[in-house]
Design a protein around this ligand. Structure first.
Ligand code: SF4
Ligand code: SF4
Length: 296
C-alpha cells in the first residue's frame, strides 16, 4: 500500500479529474473549546497559544445557540488544547447530543482526565466518538492502553508518527483490538520522524486505514498517510465546496479554507458555496475527503 504510486504504473496525478467522496456532505465544525493543556508536546501547534492567551470559557452558550440555528447536518470536532479542561464540557456535549442536526461528535483528548471521560459513559451520549491521542513524551504505552480499556467509550486512538517507538504501540493496539488512525506530523518542524528504513514497516498498519478516492481513467485509493507522503494534497485552482469551519474562542465561525466569517444565521449558500481553491495544500483527512474537481 505504501508504495502504491510506484507500483501502479498507470497513476499520474495529472490525469486526475476528481478527488473525494460524493456522499461526504456533512458540514464539519472544529470547536476550539480551550487553548489550555496539561502537556507541552514539542510538536504541538497550539502550545504557543497556551502561553499567550487565556482561554475564554464564557462564550460556549453563544456557540451552542448559533449551532442550534444551523438547520443542516453537521459533525463537530471538540478540540483544544485539551477539551476536558473546559469546566462546562458535559453541558456542551449534552446540548450537542440533543441537536437533531448534529450527527457525530468527535471529542479529541489526551485522556489525562480519565474520570471525566468515564463519566461520559454513564451519560450514554452515543453520538460521541473519543479520539484518544497518544503523546509519547508523556505516555507509557501499557498505561495508556490500560486507561483506554477503563474508559470504555467508542474510540479511535490517534497515533502521531513521532519516532520508531510507534510500532510497539501499533502492535499492542492490534493485539487489544483497539481502532487507530495514523497521523503523520511532517508539516511540523519540531519532531523526529521515523527512521527512513522503517517507513516500509508501516505498510501493514496502513492496510486497515480509510482511503480517499482519486478518479482518473481508473479509480485509485490512497490512505491519508500516502497522500501526505507523496504530496497528493495539492489542489490549488480546483473547484471545491470547503465545508470545514473553525469555531474560535470569540464564538466566530470561520471557513478554514477561505477565512470567511459566517453570518449569525448562515444560509445554505453561505455554508456550501463552491470556490476555486487558493490554498497550497489540503491539510487533513476531512479536507481530502471533500469532493473536489479539476478546473480547466
Ligand atoms: S496533548 Fe495535544 S494540545 Fe496538549 S500539548 Fe500535546 S499536542 Fe498540544
Ligand atoms: S484546501 Fe480547502 S478549498 Fe482547497 S481543495 Fe482542500 S478543502 Fe478544498
Amino acid at each position: 500500500m505504501l508504495n502504491t504510486i510506484q507500483t501502479k504504473d498507470s497513476f499520474d496525478f495529472k490525469d486526475v479529474k476528481e478527488v473525494g467522496d460524493d456522499n461526504y456532505t456533512d458540514i464539519i465544525f472544529s470547536w476550539y473549546v480551550t487553548n489550555r493543556c496539561q502537556y507541552k508536546c514539542s510538536y504541538c501547534s497550539s502550545y504557543a497559544i497556551n502561553r499567550e492567551s487565556e482561554s475564554n470559557f464564557k462564550n460556549y452558550k453563544l456557540v451552542l445557540k448559533r449551532l442550534s440555528l444551523i438547520k443542516f447536518n453537521f459533525r463537530i470536532d471538540i478540540i483544544g488544547g485539551e477539551p476536558t479542561l473546559h469546566p462546562n464540557l458535559i453541558e456542551i456535549l449534552e446540548s450537542l447530543h440533543s441537536n437533531e442536526y448534529c450527527n457525530d461528535i468527535y471529542l479529541f483528548s489526551n485522556i489525562k482526565d480519565i474520570d471525566k471521560l468515564k463519566m461520559l459513559k454513564k451519560l450514554n451520549l452515543n453520538k460521541i466518538i473519543l479520539i484518544a491521542s497518544f503523546h509519547q513524551e508523556y505516555n507509557n504505552i501499557d498505561n495508556f492502553i490500560e486507561k483506554i480499556k477503563q474508559i470504555d467509550l467508542k474510540l479511535i486512538v490517534n497515533v502521531n508518527i513521532t519516532d520508531d517507538s510507534i510500532f510497539e504501540l501499533l502492535d499492542k493496539l492490534i493485539i487489544n483490538d483497539i481502532d487507530y488512525s495514523i497521523n503523520p506530523l511532517e508539516d511540523h518542524d519540531n519532531y523526529t520522524h521515523i527512521n527512513k528504513h522503517d517507513v516500509n514497516r508501516l505498510e501493514k498498519y496502513l492496510n486497515t486505514q480509510q482511503t480517499i478516492i482519486y478518479k482518473a481513467k481508473n479509480n485509485f485509493e490512497f490512505t491519508p498517510y500516502e497522500i501526505k507522503l507523496n504530496k497528493l494534497n495539492r489542489f490549488k485552482g480546483w473547484k471545491c465546496s470547503p465545508i470545514m469551519y473553525e469555531i474560535n474562542s470569540n464564538g466566530d465561525i470561520v471557513n478554514e479554507c477561505t477565512d470567511k466569517v459566517l453570518p449569525f444565521i448562515p444560509t445554505k449558500k453561505d455554508l456550501y458555496d463552491k470556490i476555486i481553491c487558493e490554498q497550497d495544500c489540503c491539510e487533513c483527512t476531512a479536507m481530502y475527503n471533500i469532493k473536489k474537481e479539476f478546473h480547466e
